[in-house]
Write a protein that binds this ligand. Structure first.
Ligand SMILES: [Zn+2]
Length: 142
């Protein structure tokens, strides 16, 4: 197995773990389908300043994800960041990354027309791995 192939295996493991975490985060209860989209309601009213589950089947302020964030801008910025990376967004990105990795691997296994495709595919796999936290992605050779 080449370093690049090990990197692809590692990427799939990391994607599996991230996907599972996102799926668990989207499971709001045991009686309804997952609700993977979240939003943030800013404001100073008692029910504002909360991360909300979109289409929450059991909306109520005491849900664990409901926290007051707007006592500080730090909390506000954290809440805005969290809803941009809600389970729906994470699952969508992972699905796209899995398809991209599969496309790139087809190229690295010889399924290409132009000779320039192979080094580009290897480069993009390394960059994809960097994005997922591979520590020495730029140093790995094929
Ligand atoms: Zn339910």
């Amino acid at each position: 197995m080449t370093d690049l192939e090990r990197m692809a295996v590692w990427l799939r493991d990391v994607m599996d773990a991230a996907e599972l975490a996102a799926q668990k985060a989207a499971e709001v209860c045991g009686c309804h389908p997952p609700a993977p989209s979240w939003s943030f309601r800013d404001g100073d009213e008692p029910t504002d300043g909360r991360i909300l589950v979109v289409d929450d089947p059991h909306p109520r302020p005491k849900r664990k994800i409901g926290r007051r964030w707007n006592t500080s801008y730090e909390g506000l910025f954290m809440a805005q960041h969290i809803v941009r990376h809600d389970p729906a967004a994470v699952l969508r990105r992972i699905a796209a990354d899995r398809m991209m990795l599969a496309d790139l691997e087809r190229i690295t296994k010889g399924d290409y027309i132009d000779d320039g495709e192979l080094p580009l595919a290897e480069h993009v796999i390394r960059r994809l791995a960097e994005g997922y936290g591979w520590p020495t992605a730029t140093e790995v050779s094929t």
